[in-house]
Design a protein around this ligand. Structure first.
Ligand code: SF4
Ligand code: SF4
Length: 395
């Protein structure tokens, strides 16, 4: 056990907390569970106690006993029941980088041996199979076979300007596979020179950071960079906001990177995607890693508004104030009921707009919202932005 999972800056920032509790008011985990222990302020207080009670100078100064294993387990339970949505960080008036703190805290809990055992499954899957679900990595691009007319090369080319990095969820989950199916069709129709990596693509590393097993990250990053270099590509394209965020924040600045919503906006502006009229009222859900994380708010809205006939209505909480769908932070693996309760809150907010469909730009948001809608037989269409554009493609 040590306090070395935290930077000096993080330790100093914690001391700046004014106990204003604004972070608790906007936390979807707190609202859905009615459990204040899941709030940022409560978690920071628990962390402060742990840091003071550990060995070394702090313990001498504060005369604390080390926390018991039981206290650690109770605390750890709250650490992993968080979607890492970043809403607490967005509203914190003193600017504490809470999301980074939650990642360091997860790392600490894993190093200390107090973490949900499902984390071991994530680690084993990644270690053995290079994807977070433990599926055969050779099957990573098998979704291409579901196209009406799959290309002979399966979109895996020796060389290309652009690599479309699909990510684990879109590669393996049938609900999410509709996103790469839609995006590759749009890219094909627009004459974009792109390739998939197929089995050479390994997880981007995001689940390792969220699970507190950062030690594996470097190998995965090195591998992905090297296979992209082999393709001679200058750009990497992502439909997954978490892959995009991981590349933005943790990979070296070697390739141009764009999220699909930004790429689609440029294609549409350059007249490369002919669009037909759609008679549909839609609202837009900002994925946490794309909106609050990468500040990509305008491009998806511009893409939606470019479709003739479409009517766009904003959610009551939108852009940087958008409420998480419940699908982030590996929460579904740790507490599926809480994830579903957060999704329920989200769907109720969407229904209040009267929209026929909710559009988002994330496979995990699509999975989470679609699962809730289907289970509860709610008449609401859930679409990724790539699926919306695929639907609007003119013949
Ligand atoms: S990241 Fe989101 S879920 Fe986690 S504590 Fe902050 S507001 Fe709550
Ligand atoms: S919003 Fe920031 S300052 Fe206010 S209680 Fe939460 S962490 Fe502390």
């Amino acid at each position: 056990m040590s306090n070395q999972d935290y930077s000096v800056k993080q330790l100093l920032e914690m001391g700046a907390c004014t106990n204003c509790q604004v972070c608790a008011d906007v936390c979807p985990a707190v609202t859905a569970s009615e459990n204040g222990a899941l709030s940022a302020i409560s978690r920071m207080k628990g962390l402060a106690q742990i840091l003071k009670g550990r060995g070394g100078l702090l313990r001498k100064l504060f005369g604390r006993k080390p926390p018991s294993g039981e206290a650690f387990d109770r605390f750890s339970d709250t650490v992993f029941r968080c979607t890492l949505c970043g809403n607490c960080q967005e509203v914190c008036p003193v600017g504490i980088h809470l999301k980074d703190l939650w990642l360091s805290l997860r790392q600490d809990m894993v190093h200390s041996g107090h973490y949900p055992k499902k984390i071991d499954m994530i680690r084993d899957n990644l270690d053995g199979k290079h994807n977070v679900f433990g599926e055969d990595n050779e099957e990573r691009a098998e979704w291409v076979d579901d196209m009406d007319e799959p290309p002979d090369d399966g979109y895996i080319r020796d060389k290309a300007d652009i690599v479309y990095f699909t990510g684990c969820t879109a590669a393996y989950f049938p609900l999410a596979q509709k996103i790469p199916l839609a995006l590759t069709e749009i890219l094909d129709r627009s004459g974009v020179d792109f390739t998939l990596l197929g089995e050479a693509e390994w997880c981007c590393g995001f689940p390792m950071l969220g699970a507190g097993v950062k030690d594996m990250f470097q190998d995965f990053m090195t591998h992905n960079l090297s296979v992209i270099r082999e393709k001679g590509a200058t750009e990497v394209l992502f439909a997954c906001p978490s892959c995009y965020a991981t590349w933005r924040e943790h990979y070296p600045d070697e390739f141009k990177i764009r999220h699909a919503s930004q790429f689609l906006m440029d294609l549409i502006k350059n007249g490369r995607v002919p669009l037909k009229e759609l008679d549909l009222t839609v609202t837009y859900h900002d994925p946490c890693d794309l909106g609050r994380g990468a500040r990509v708010f305008d491009e998806p809205r511009e893409v939606i508004r470019a479709i003739p006939g479409i009517r766009f209505v904003e959610l009551p909480h939108n852009r940087e104030n958008c409420v998480c769908c419940g699908g982030g932070g590996n929460l579904e693996m740790v507490d599926a009921k809480l994830s579903a309760r957060i999704a329920e809150q989200k769907i109720q907010e969407i229904l209040s707009t009267g929209a026929d469909a909710v559009v988002t730009s994330c496979q995990q948001c699509v999975r989470t919202m679609m699962t809730y809608v289907r289970r509860n037989k709610i008449a609401l269409d859930v679409l990724d932005i790539t699926q919306l554009i695929r639907r609007a493609l003119a013949e």
